[in-house]
Design a binder for this molecule. Sequence first.
Ligand SMILES: *[C@@H]1O[C@H](CO)[C@@H](O)[C@H](O)[C@H]1NC(C)=O
Ligand SMILES: *[C@@H]1O[C@H](CO)[C@@H](O)[C@H](O)[C@H]1NC(C)=O
Ligand SMILES: *[C@@H]1O[C@H](CO)[C@@H](O)[C@H](O)[C@H]1NC(C)=O
Ligand SMILES: *[C@@H]1O[C@H](CO)[C@@H](O)[C@H](O)[C@H]1NC(C)=O
Ligand SMILES: *[C@@H]1O[C@H](CO)[C@@H](O)[C@H](O)[C@H]1NC(C)=O
Length: 463
Amino acid sequence: MGAFENIIKQLTFTFFVLFYYCSSSYCVFHEDPLPDCLEEDPGYDTSAYPVYYGAILERESESKFDSENFGYEPEFFTTERYDRVGSPEASLKVVSVDDFGAKGDGTDDTQAFAEAWKEACSSAPGILEVPQGNTYLVKPISFSGPCKSAMTVKISGTIEAPSDRDLWIKNGSRHWLLFSHVNNLSVEGGGTINGNGEIWWENSCKIDKSKPCISGPTALTFESCENLIVQELRIKDSQQMHLTFQKCVNVMASNLMVQAPEHSPNTDGIHVTGSKNVVIQNSTIGTGDDCISIVSGSQNIKAVDINCGPGHGISIGSLGAGNSEAHVSAITVDRANLHGTTNGLRIKTWQGGSGNAKNIIFQNVAMHNVSNPIIIDQNYCDSKKPCPEQASAVQISNVIYRNVKGTSATKLAMKFNCSRSYPCERILVQDINLLMESSEPATSYCRNVHGITNGKIIPPACL
Ligand SMILES: *[C@@H]1O[C@H](CO)[C@@H](O)[C@H](O)[C@H]1NC(C)=O
Ligand SMILES: *[C@@H]1O[C@H](CO)[C@@H](O)[C@H](O)[C@H]1NC(C)=O
Ligand SMILES: *[C@@H]1O[C@H](CO)[C@@H](O)[C@H](O)[C@H]1NC(C)=O
Ligand SMILES: *[C@@H]1O[C@H](CO)[C@@H](O)[C@H](O)[C@H]1NC(C)=O
Ligand SMILES: *[C@@H]1O[C@H](CO)[C@@H](O)[C@H](O)[C@H]1NC(C)=O
């Protein structure tokens, strides 16, 4: 029927593409590839935004695994594209929360923050300052735009959440600090955002099964923001997720430190949902859940130079919960170190979902005692009840794992457990070297997955 010839043709073509990739990638691997690689200048302007790369990313290609539908590189535009606050020609309005009566002594400063925001947001380029040395107690608050012009929020001190859960539970709010509909916003300053989440963790149904399951707020949320910089901040001990980008476009998140204890439930580090052109760079994340989670509606997301652990690793998904439709594409994870996480590079989808997750690259990753270093799980089920078997699934295709080395805490280092009705397609595994932490050999597992390997693969891939 020619199907076999087609496969051969496709494979030959793919090898050609691989050759193209290998020769154009900026890392040359020797015995110990990652350090070499980490020292290479990636050629990105770190103070720049990515720009929307356009339709080519979304182009469907049924049989080709080629550089056109896969070989995207996000482009970057500089912050000069808009009058960033602080540029010399701009007349600046500097507003400190202290000017509005914030005390920073543990009394409620919410009102002062709200008034200071209002003032700064309605001024021509505004800076809102949260001064160093103080700890400001702030209740759930919304910093809404649109603002008159570009805004900088300079957090040099500490903002701390109240521990009274009723502030959220009573009205069902899921946010603590929420920035919404603000364009050309920069949040920075070297300060700390402390979610004070212990009380939420203790009362979580994941910790105490007798407790009702109540969702906690996300510490810092950006919703519908365009041209956003979030940098040089420490975000810790969130009630639930730490930092979420929701429906945002053009985001540069860098030099962030996100920390919560390993036992804190659902405390994802950085969560990206429904957003486009997001770069997460040079950040250290260790929490009780995913370091980075990228879910439906996200496109052109790049995570570079990430230190992750403890936690659940770097995750695409979960996708397709409650029979939902999910679309995720053009995701790159490049240069990451994972330490002692319960998963490494994971794609997780629920049964019964639809849509697709495609054009995903994981490369130059060092694993240190990671359980499930490489995993695709299309039978994800994070619920008290078992999940029934369903035919429908989120289609996973065009996924590259390249140059992944280090140690696995479990024997099964590479697991592709895909749907029977929607097998994983065009999975490419190249230059893998994973041993068990105990130095024993690891294994791989394949179920309903189609793909190829290139280079040296340890443990041998079952593709
Ligand atoms: C944001 O920057 C863009 C690009 O320079 C500009 O067109 C837009 O007016 C700016 N908006 C605000 C609110 O500053
Ligand atoms: C919930 O209550 C907090 C303060 O108690 C308030 O700031 C917030 O706007 C409320 N949220 C909603 C969705 O009503
Ligand atoms: C990366 O982040 C760390 C910690 O925030 C910072 O000290 C360092 O300067 C950053 N590196 C770059 C290249 O920005
Ligand atoms: C590796 O991880 C396992 C499971 O998380 C843990 O029990 C073990 O102590 C770790 N080993 C080392 C050397 O860190
Ligand atoms: C793969 O998924 C199937 C269906 O959920 C499950 O029964 C099986 O145990 C999984 N295999 C592995 C190795 O996890």
